[in-house]
Design a protein around this ligand. Structure first.
Ligand SMILES: *[C@@H]1O[C@H](CO)[C@@H](O)[C@H](O)[C@H]1NC(C)=O
Length: 177
């Protein structure tokens, strides 16, 4: 009887200690981002040269506290990366628009290609943010994806800067982040 009481007490102590342990840190912070359509959050219009800064302005999360990014903001960023990918390769996306404009050798095609590169910067930077937030919040499985995306981002940022000042054409594409 005495033994069993002690055992029961030990059991409840163990579960009381175990309860606060979380495998994944989930931020309960309020989000700073609003759900938007692709046409609202895209950055492909205007001119080339500042794509990375334009992504930062469109997704103004606190990058100094990635562990504290709200779950709702992570969901928006994650979805934005996916829709930007769709806007590149899916029907009605940049690849189709460039083909319809006669390829990248035409004036319209060049401007669309500039918009496509800005869209790649949008896609890759939002995906990198997704990975960095997931890792900071304990999902270390994402870590292996980071270096490859950073290499691709650097290449596309260089292309964006090489075309600095040139007209960049956005496309209208359906989708919400
Ligand atoms: C986003 O796309 C829309 C639709 O093509 C365009 O009108 C707008 O200028 C783009 N926004 C930016 C910031 O590039």
């Amino acid at each position: 009887m005495h033994f069993s009481t002690t055992f029961t007490a030990l059991l409840s102590l163990t579960s009381a200690l175990a309860a606060p342990i979380q495998l994944t840190k989930r931020s309960s912070a309020a989000g700073v981002l609003k759900v938007q359509t692709y046409d609202e959050f895209n950055i492909s219009g205007g001119v080339s040269g500042n794509a990375l800064a334009e992504v930062a302005a469109a997704f103004p999360i606190d990058t100094s506290d990635l562990a504290g990014v709200a779950a709702s903001d992570l969901a928006i960023i994650s979805s934005a990366a996916q829709i930007a990918e769709d806007a590149e390769v899916n029907a009605g996306g940049f690849d189709d628009a460039i083909t319809a404009a006669g390829g990248t050798g035409t004036t319209a095609g060049t401007a669309l290609q500039n918009g496509k590169i800005k869209n790649k910067v949008l896609k890759l930077q939002t995906d990198i943010l997704r990975i960095q937030i997931e890792v900071a919040q304990g999902n270390t499985a994402s870590q292996s994806e980071l270096a490859g995306q950073q290499t691709k981002l650097a290449a596309n940022v260089a292309l964006d800067k090489a075309a600095a000042g040139q007209t960049s054409t956005a496309i209208s594409f359906s989708g919400t982040d």
